[in-house]
Design a binder for this molecule. Structure first.
Ligand code: F6R
Length: 618
């Protein structure tokens, strides 16, 4: 997500913050800015620009050079509300311009808060959720609270997951002060000699100090020239240990992990929390983003789900859910095929585009095609401001945060979740059969538990490591599954082949005997996925077919106690959840499998040969 840096001390705050922001560059961003406190008091000096640091913010500093300042905050933005622009860039200020805020995360109730503040006369200058915060702090500041108290009061009104840094110019004898807040999103305090830092990532402070305090959820940090203090949610001052970090700068970018891919795999529980936040509750899906689609959903007679690679696999997994929930035919389509297939599109065809980057050339070509046919269009993407997000009638963002590794992980599983929510929402609007309503309720009931279940899966990787050890010397592997497990198998084989260079293919398990079985020979690895109750016996027979040819079977299952598991050579157990959601947990296990196998084979995991993160050419 976004990057935060704050500084107070004897150095030039502009230099320290700019250096920190550059160190967060690997997160990707669409705009950056800083707010500096003048020593004499008065308004904070805010400079912010859309675009890269070098061409945007750095140029802004040349055009509007700040005076020497020893305290300030900075931010690199990854847009979630409001497209990238100078105005929407952080920091955001209160009406008087004497305090400024940067923010990472989402404020769910920003709309209501903004309305109330506007009615009280507060002036807003951007479209972003963050801007309510400085105005709320201002209200409490005006009522006599100091900066820390005012921030604590303001935060009581906020709903969501976020990290904040607030800076205020000195008022009277108070001197400058920085306040940090951690609510789900990470924030640390860097402790130097007579200087203190706030940062979303350790990477930003490493050149200055290796002593850091990792704030706990609900903590507030107050930084002044005289020191720092931490307060818990109730406002009680607390001690937090100072940890000494021995990472080098490159390790720090990857959060201490050897590759971005594993960092991003491990980030999935948090990404799912963000993707679901404010979108489910009381057996209902809340997706106000679907305003246009909701209005025309009754006139639809077919749905196309279009994407490439991993995003196509998300479409494949979502297809049955769309068909069931909306009660009309739904098809998953590969964009590079669909664009030349002369599809029968019309005003009654909803075309759903799935794309992490929102820039994939084939997917965008299909969007043109849909628009020419006047078909309603809906986009699911991770990138606010991307071509896809700007071109469709409605867009839902996956909120997974920037993904650096070429192989998609967290963006894929968040796509799966969002697609399920969309199918549920549109189905409810059209009206669905009771059995489908029950299915949807099961999805909504289980989805909030997924992050916790994922943590358990991520904590115990022994089974996955064992299977990776078996796979690593092989040059061929097979993935089999039925129904949703076939979609999961498709994604599993793609992940394995793209990063480990093992030739892998997925086969619908019932299709084995129509050809692929000829390739099953002694000890060849076959990953069999079984999570769907109504297909379990059929899968058991397919596993027997493989076993009879001498294949080595790894069963990925949510029923490790079953008879089929007993005949498998290895079992990767996954937690049991609503059937529709199981591809999310299976994906996590298969991502880990691909990752560990690739590492064992010495492959360049984050940058596989011949591949690019965003495929903007045909
Ligand atoms: C594989 C992978 C690719 C992308 C594909 C589409 O791990 O990431 O297969 O899914 O290139 O990209 P987007 O989703 O950006 O349209």
């Amino acid at each position: 997500m976004c990057g935060i840096v704050g500084y107070i001390g004897p150095r030039c705050a502009t230099d320290v913050i700019m250096d920190g922001l550059r160190r967060l560059e690997y997160r990707g961003y669409d705009s950056a800015g800083l707010a500096l406190v003048p020593r004499a008091g008065g308004q904070v000096h805010v400079i912010k620009r859309q675009g890269e640091i070098e061409t945007g913010l750095q140029r802004g500093l040349q055009e509007d050079p700040p005076r020497f300042s020893g305290a300030g905050i900075g931010h690199t933005r990854w847009a979630t509300h409001g497209p990238p622009s100078d105005d929407n860039a952080h920091p955001h200020t209160d009406c008087t311009g004497s305090l400024a805020v940067v923010h990472n995360g989402i404020i769910e109730n920003y709309f209501e808060l903004g309305q109330a503040l506007r009615e009280e006369g507060h002036k807003f200058r951007s479209e972003v959720d963050t801007e309510v915060i400085p105005h709320l702090v201002e209200t409490h500041r005006d009522a006599g609270a100091d900066l820390l108290e005012a921030t604590m009061e303001a935060v009581r009104n906020l709903r969501g997951a976020y990290a904040l840094a607030v800076v205020e110019s000195g008022k009277g004898d108070d001197g400058e002060a920085l306040v940090g807040v951690r609510r789900e999103s990470p924030l640390i305090v860097g402790v130097g000699e007579d200087e203190y830092f706030l940062a979303s990532d350790i990477a930003a402070v490493l050149p200055y100090t290796r002593n850091v305090v990792i704030l706990e959820n609900g903590d507030f940090a107050l930084l002044t020239r005289n020191g720092y203090a931490i307060f818990d949610e109730s406002g009680q001052e607390v001690e937090r240990p100072v940890e000494v970090v021995d990472w080098d700068a490159e390790d720090a970018e990857r959060g201490g992990h050897p590759h971005f891919m594993i960092k991003e795999i491990l980030e999935q529980p948090a990404a799912w929390v963000a993707a679901l936040q404010g979108r489910i509750g009381d057996d209902t899906v809340y997706l106000p983003e679907l305003e246009y689609t909701t209005g025309i959903v009754d006139r639809l007679s077919q749905v196309y789900l279009v994407g490439c690679g991993t995003s196509y696999h998300a479409a494949l997994a979502a297809r049955p859910q769309f068909e069931r929930m909306l009660g009309i035919p739904a098809r998953a389509e590969i964009a590079s095929e669909f664009r030349y297939a002369d599809p029968a599109l019309g005003t009654d065809s909803l075309v759903v585009f799935v794309s992490q980057s929102g820039e994939t050339a084939d997917t965008l070509a299909c969007l043109d095609l849909a628009k020419q046919a006047d078909a309603p269009t809906l986009g699911i993407t991770n990138v606010v401001g991307s071509s896809l997000s700007r071109g469709v009638d409605d867009v839902v963002f996956t909120r997974a945060g920037p993904e650096i590794s070429v192989a998609s992980t967290k963006t894929y599983t968040t796509q799966l979740l969002i697609l399920d929510l969309i199918a549920g929402h549109l189905g409810t609007t059209r009206g669905m059969r009771e059995e489908n309503a029950q299915r949807m309720r099961a999805v909504l009931a289980h989805a909030p538990d997924l992050p916790g279940e994922a943590e358990r899966l991520l904590d115990d990787q022994e089974a996955v490591l064992g299977v990776a050890g078996y796979l690593a010397p092989w040059e061929d592997a097979f993935f089999i599954g039925r129904g949703l497990d076939f979609a999961a198998a498709m994604e599993g084989q793609l992940k394995l082949k793209e990063i480990s260079y093992i030739h892998a293919e997925a086969c619908a398990a019932g299709e084995l005997k129509h050809g692929t079985l000829a390739l099953i020979e002694q000890d060849i690895p076959v990953i069999a996925i079984s999570t769907q109750d109504h297909l379990r016996e059929k899968m058991a027979s397919n596993v027997e077919e493989v076993r009879a040819r001498g294949g080595w079977i790894c069963l990925v299952t949510d029923r490790p106690e079953d008879r089929t598991a007993a005949i498998a050579d290895a079992v990767i157990p996954i937690p049991r959840t609503a059937e529709v959601l199981s591809p999310v947990l299976v994906a996590l296990a298969l991502q880990l499998l691909a990752y560990h196998t690739a590492v064992m084979r010495g492959c360049p995991v984050d940058k596989p040969r011949n591949l690019a993160k965003s495929v903007t050419v045909e």
